[in-house]
Structures are given as structure tokens and as C-alpha cells.
Write a protein that binds this ligand. Structure first.
Ligand code: PLP
Ligand code: COI
Length: 356
């Protein structure tokens, strides 16, 4: 395995004094992990170096054709002061699946994990203490050829930046209102929906803007073929509690296989709830709501954690859920997941990687 070089910084930033005011993804630390790729040479020169701007030729491929993928995970501070990561191997495995779809060369997941552990170890004083706060970790790969031909780049940069953060939604655990999008679609069969491709997020922004103007926090996407089946929300997978059962759309190639989704399904079953992954039509969700059987709804994601949904609106019809409060199953799953992430509950599934 390649060694990881260390380039010391000569100046250091001031750390945030009030964790409550950090927001999400706005502050970055003193160092980052970087490695480069070149055809014939492979991934090389893994290093931890001072956080700094990249210099780019205006013709750089990623700026024109969007060959870029990313990941999101977190480091948590335990009450004993130690630090731990949640399922980082799953993020690097997913990143390599995204890489394959976007014609980006795969990387050695062990090197990436080693680099991440070293980076978090070096930056450990930046990991905030306090429930709801964490060090958000953003691994990214971009195409770097300065060339305007439309084909896969021959050079790439892999980097990991880290950001001390608070809650993703400013509302915290208060339920969010969601607009079911019936015009635009996010992903189609055979497309890149399952990959964490940067362009998926660019494609979602216009619908999110329109929904925000109408007072909604997020857009719920329907399938790109019939606009009939529930897919996911902008930055979260969706779960519904229908007639006592946890139900989530099955993985179909167009939704992101969320690591939180997978963890919540495992925890639901472990806690004794029935949990189903299947095709779920939006009509079924609304019919359940009209019949008083839509007990709870929530989104799952690394940044969003477990976010209760208080209201869903589709084609002019709105349904309230759980009386606009967090429901009991959502609460139990939130407490169990975050309990494991912050080290307050035992790691029963081998999900935790401790830094110290
Ligand atoms: N769906 C989308 C589109 C996302 O961006 C995310 C966030 O990463 C998720 C779902 C949830 O995935 P995970 O739980 O792995 O963070
Ligand atoms: C995450 O939950 O980590 C994400 O990547 C979602 C979003 C912030 C893009």
C-alpha cells in the first residue's frame, strides 16, 4: 500500500468558539487529504497537505462536462473525548461504484481509509463536542485534464476535506414540509441516480428553488418513467410508517443506496419493527394518509440524520403527518442511530471505526 506523505502547515485557522453557530459545511480545517491519478501511473502521491485552493486551467474537464463524484460521512466525538467514524468503508465502496458509472478510475479503498483516519487524527481538535455536531467529511474526485474533447479524462484528483458542522436543517429535529415534484425528475432508468455524481445535485436545484419559494424544505422525487413511484428526497432516502410497518422504496438503480437507509432498515428489524423495501406508489402513501394509516414519515441521510416529515403535498393535496411532531418510531430510530454514532450505545453491528 502506498505511503501517505505529510506536508506541514505554516499557519493555522481559528477554531469556532460556539459550536451552536457553526452551521453546516461552511468552515474547513487546516489540512486535506489528496491523491492524483494519471493513465499509466495509476493513483499516486497520496498526501496530507495544508488546505488550500486548487489551481485549474479554465479548460479543466470537470468544469465543462461535470465528471465528478463525492461522498459524505461524519466523525463524532464521544462523551469520553474519543472520536469515531460511522461505516466509512461503506462510503468508499459506494464511491468506487459511483466512479465506475462515471468512467472514473477506481481507487484503493484501503489507501483512502488510511488517509481519512490520518487526516481526522491530525485534525482531531476540530471535531466538535456536543450531540448534533460532528466533523462532516467530504471525499471528492474530479476530472482534471485541460481538454475540451468529450471523453473520460486521463487525470483526476481525489481529495478529502473536513468541516466542523451542526445540524443540516436549521430546524433541527422539527418536522420538515415536503413537496412531491410532479414536473421535473431527478433520475431515469439506466442513468446515474444510484451514483453520488455531482450533476445529480445540479439537476435538482431548480425544483428545490421552486419548492422553497412555496415554503417547502425539500422536494420528494417520483420515478422518472411514470412519475408514480416514490424515489427519494434531495439529500435523503424516504421511509414511511404505514399501518405500523416501516416501508421504503427498494433500490432500483435510480435512487442513492443510502448508508443511513441501510442502517435504519437493520436497526428497525433489530428493534422488532417490520421493515419492507418495495415499490411504493405516491398514491398508496396518500391513500394511507387519507385512511389514517400513515403513522409517520421521515428522511434518512448522513447530513440530515433522521428527519421527520410533518407535511407532504402532491398535486394540490396536502396531508399532515404525526400531528406535525416527531413520531415514536422515528424518535426511537433517531435515538438508536445517534446513540451508536456518538458511542452512547454499544456497536452491535461492527459499524464503528474508532480513532482514539
Ligand atoms: N439520497 C441522496 C440524493 C443523498 O444525497 C443522500 C446523502 O448522502 C442520501 C440519499 C442519503 O445517503 P447516506 O445515508 O449514505 O448519507
Ligand atoms: C450527505 O448526507 O452526506 C450528503 O451528501 C447530502 C448532501 C449534503 C448533499
Amino acid at each position: 500500500m502506498q505511503d501517505i506523505r505529510f506536508v506541514p502547515a505554516t499557519s493555522f485557522k481559528k477554531k469556532p468558539e460556539d459550536p451552536a453557530k457553526m452551521g453546516f459545511g461552511k468552515l474547513f480545517t487546516d489540512y486535506m487529504f489528496v491523491m492524483d491519478y494519471e493513465t499509466g501511473k495509476g493513483w499516486h502521491d497520496a498526501r496530507i497537505e495544508p488546505y488550500q485552493n486548487f489551481q485549474m486551467d479554465p479548460a479543466t474537464a470537470v468544469l465543462h462536462y461535470g465528471q465528478a463524484i463525492f461522498e459524505g460521512l461524519k466523525a463524532y466525538r464521544r462523551d469520553d473525548g474519543g472520536i469515531q467514524l460511522f461505516r466509512p468503508q461503506a462510503n468508499f465502496a459506494r464511491m468506487n461504484r459511483s466512479a465506475e458509472r462515471m468512467a472514473i478510475p477506481k481507487f484503493d479503498e484501503e489507501v483512502a481509509l488510511k488517509g481519512l483516519l490520518k487526516l481526522v487524527e491530525i485534525e482531531k481538535d476540530w471535531v466538535p463536542a456536543g450531540k448534533g455536531t460532528s466533523l462532516y467529511i467530504r471525499p471528492t474526485i474530479i476530472a482534471t485534464d485541460p481538454f475540451l474533447g468529450v471523453h473520460a479524462s486521463h487525470t483526476y484528483r481525489f481529495f478529502i476535506i473536513v468541516s466542523p458542522s451542526g445540524a443540516y436543517y436549521t430546524s433541527g429535529l422539527a418536522p420538515v414540509n415536503i413537496y412531491v415534484e410532479d414536473n421535473y425528475v431527478r433520475a431515469v432508468r439506466g442513468g446515474v441516480g444510484f451514483a453520488k455524481a455531482a450533476g445529480n445535485y445540479a439537476a435538482s436545484l431548480r425544483a428545490a428553488e421552486i419548492a422553497a419559494e412555496k415554503g417547502y424544505t425539500q422536494v420528494l422525487w417520483l420515478d422518472g418513467v411514470e412519475q408514480k413511484y416514490v424515489e427519494e428526497v434531495g439529500a435523503m432516502n424516504m421511509m414511511f410508517v404505514i399501518d405500523g410497518k416501516v416501508v421504503t422504496p427498494m433500490l432500483n438503480g435510480s435512487i442513492l443506496p443510502g448508508i443511513t437507509r441501510d442502517s435504519i432498515l437493520t436497526l428497525s428489524r433489530h428493534l422488532g419493527y417490520e421493515a419492507e423495501e418495495r415499490r411504493l406508489s405516491i398514491e398508496e402513501v396518500f391513500a394511507a394518509a387519507r385512511a389514517g394509516k400513515l403513522d409517520e414519515a421521515f428522511g434518512t441521510g448522513t447530513a440530515a440524520v433522521v428527519s421527520p416529515v410533518g407535511k407532504l403535498c402532491w398535486k394540490g393535496e396536502c396531508v399532515g403527518i404525526s400531528g406535525g411532531k416527531i413520531g415514536p418510531i422515528t424518535r426511537k430510530l433517531y435515538d438508536t442511530l445517534t446513540g451508536m454514532q456518538y458511542g452512547d450505545l454499544p456497536d452491535e453491528f461492527g459499524w464503528i471505526v474508532r480513532i482514539d
